[in-house]
Structures are given as structure tokens and as C-alpha cells.
Design a protein around this ligand. Structure first.
Ligand SMILES: Nc1ncnc2c1ncn2[C@@H]1O[C@H](COP(=O)(O)OP(=O)(O)O)[C@@H](O)[C@H]1O
Ligand SMILES: [Mg+2]
Length: 281
């Protein structure tokens, strides 16, 4: 039995994520949707694919305990426990940068420090400050020398408990937008371009962001695939979403999504079939 893991608020998965489930059922694969923090739903699975566990970043210690539990139970987890643990904190970008992956210029803020002085000392015009453990642009702010006070007020409590990262602002996010390239076992499947609402910088739909299917160049695809090959694990991830912007025809990595990315399956023709075939082959 293959379990597609979700969280309680999305008991039937959501949007294009339902397509994989339907595809598996069509192929006669025994599959069901399971709730990650309800062992009664997943105990009898031989494999679990993490899909819509969208509460994981706000409950990370609990989620990582669950990963341990699944591993101990001998259930095959996609992506693998070591990849999940590594990918759950954006400090992994530092490691990728050391392997020559291009990322926005980033300064790291350890929790408990003086956020006001940190922003003053590292200010270079417009920047983005965000937690290293986050999702969906949660607690993500645009900051400039004039807005330091209000951003510190907004993040004061968070900065006591969480590491933060300060990045140069990438205006390409607004136009043309942020690319998401989806791969199955490092084989390219399809791509989406995401743009924020006018005046915003967050591409997420909850802030008015839009997505569209996009054709990308061979060069871009090759760059994203190369980035994926830099992850420090032998086994290629079953699914991966490589998020980034393009500057001077070079892909700059914003995020490598290897835990519970929305995979935009509804935007890629036959993408659910490509996903399923990697699982059953
Ligand atoms: N350096 C940056 N420049 C411009 N926009 C950014 C930058 N970092 C983040 N953003 C915006 O904030 C969103 C959320 O940040 P991201 O790093 O993708 O974290 P997560 O998706 O885990 O919340 C991005 O999709 C993008 O719209
Ligand atoms: Mg993101």
C-alpha cells in the first residue's frame, strides 16, 4: 500500500496533487491518502510519498520525529529521510553555494541575536528577510534602511526563536517572475512561471500571485538539473521542484523544494503519469 501523506486540513489533497492519486488508482496500484500525524492512517503502508503536509514547517520538531518513526517502521519514504531532514532548513543553501550553485547574496542571522544591529550592519538597499525554516512566504518581509524599525517590530519575537536569513532583493521575482522546474528522479517534467500581484513580491496565490505553464530553454533546464545533482545524497529524489530566477541567462536558486512542494501537475501534460512511472518502474 502506498500512502500519499497530507495534513488534516487537506484530507483529500488539493488541486493538481489529486492527479497523482488518480493516476496510481488507474494503474491498479494500491494507494490511499494518509494523514501524517495520524498513525492509524499510515501504519499499514509499505511506502509513503509526502505530498500536502503543509503544516510541517510550523511543527518541524514533531514532523522530524514522524520522519524518524516512519524510518524505524521500515516504511520507504519519498523523498528519503536524509533528504527531508537536510531540506527542512534553508541553511542547505550555504552548502550548495559551496558547490558553486548561484544563490542570492545572503547573510545568516542566528536566533537570539540583535536583529536591529544586524539589519543596520548588513543593509544594502532593498532586501528580503525570512526565517530559515518556513514555507509559503510566512514571516517573509521586504526591508530597506527606512523600514528597519517596523520590520524589527514585526520579527522581534520570531528572531528570538528562529534563525533568519537576509537576502538581496531579486527584482526578477516581479518580472518575469519565479520559475518552478519539476523533476522526477532528476528527469525534467514541466515548468511554471509564478508572478506576484502588482506591488507585492510574494508569488504565492494566497497573496494574489499567479502561475502559468511556461516553456523553458534547454539551457535553463540543464542548469536546474545540474543544481539538483549537487545535493549531497546518492539517491536521486523521486520528486523535486527547483525554484529560481534568471539573471543574465543564469539560473539563480531561490529554493530547492524536496519535502512537500506543490508540483503543478495540472500544468504539465502527462506529468502525473511521468511521476507515477518513476514510482512503479
Ligand atoms: N531574495 C528575494 N528576492 C525577491 N523575492 C524573494 C526573495 N526571497 C523570497 N522572496 C519572495 O518570497 C517568497 C517566499 O520565499 P522562499 O524563499 O521561496 O521561501 P518559502 O517558499 O519557503 O516561504 C518567494 O516565492 C518570493 O516571492
Ligand atoms: Mg518558495
Amino acid at each position: 500500500m502506498i500512502g500519499l501523506a497530507t495534513w488534516r486540513e487537506l484530507p483529500e489533497l488539493t488541486g493538481g496533487e489529486k492527479l497523482l492519486f488518480e493516476e496510481l488508482v488507474r494503474r491498479g496500484v494500491a494507494a490511499k491518502i494518509v494523514v501524517w500525524d495520524d498513525a492509524n492512517t499510515w501504519r499499514d503502508c509499505s511506502e509513503i510519498i509526502i505530498r500536502c503536509t503543509w503544516d510541517y514547517s510550523s511543527r518541524l520538531p514533531e514532523f522530524l520525529k514522524w520522519i524518524d518513526e516512519v524510518e524505524r517502521a521500515g516504511i520507504t519514504l519519498h523523498n528519503s529521510p536524509d533528504i527531508i531532514r537536510w531540506n527542512s532548513d534553508k541553511h542547505y543553501l550555504r552548502e550548495l553555494e559551496m558547490r558553486d550553485v548561484k544563490i542570492p547574496q545572503t547573510v545568516w542571522f542566528p536566533r537570539g541575536g540583535d536583529l536591529h544591529s544586524f539589519l543596520k550592519e548588513n543593509g544594502i538597499g532593498t532586501q528580503i528577510i525570512k526565517p530559515t525554516v518556513s514555507a509559503g512566504a510566512y514571516n517573509t518581509y521586504r526591508v530597506s534602511p527606512e523600514t528597519i524599525e517596523e520590520v524589527v517590530a514585526a520579527l522581534e519575537q520570531v528572531a528570538r526563536e528562529k534563525d533568519l536569513m537576509l537576502q538581496e532583493y531579486m527584482p526578477e521575482i516581479e518580472s518575469p517572475g519565479e520559475y518552478s522546474l519539476i523533476f522526477f528522479r532528476n528527469e525534467f517534467s514541466h515548468a511554471v512561471l509564478k508572478t506576484p500581484a502588482q506591488g507585492d513580491f510574494r508569488v504565492q496565490p494566497r497573496y494574489g500571485g499567479q502561475q502559468e505553464a511556461v516553456q523553458i530553454s534547454e539551457k535553463l533546464m540543464t542548469q536546474a538539473k545540474w543544481i539538483l545533482e549537487q545535493i549531497p545524497f546518492v539517491k536521486r529524489p523521486l520528486y523535486a521542484r527547483v525554484d529560481g530566477i534568471v539573471r543574465d541567462s543564469e539560473f539563480i536558486l531561490m529554493e530547492l523544494e524536496l519535502i512537500e512542494p506543490y508540483l503543478f501537475l495540472e500544468f504539465g501534460e502527462n506529468s502525473a503519469a511521468r511521476f507515477a512511472s518513476k514510482l512503479t518502474s
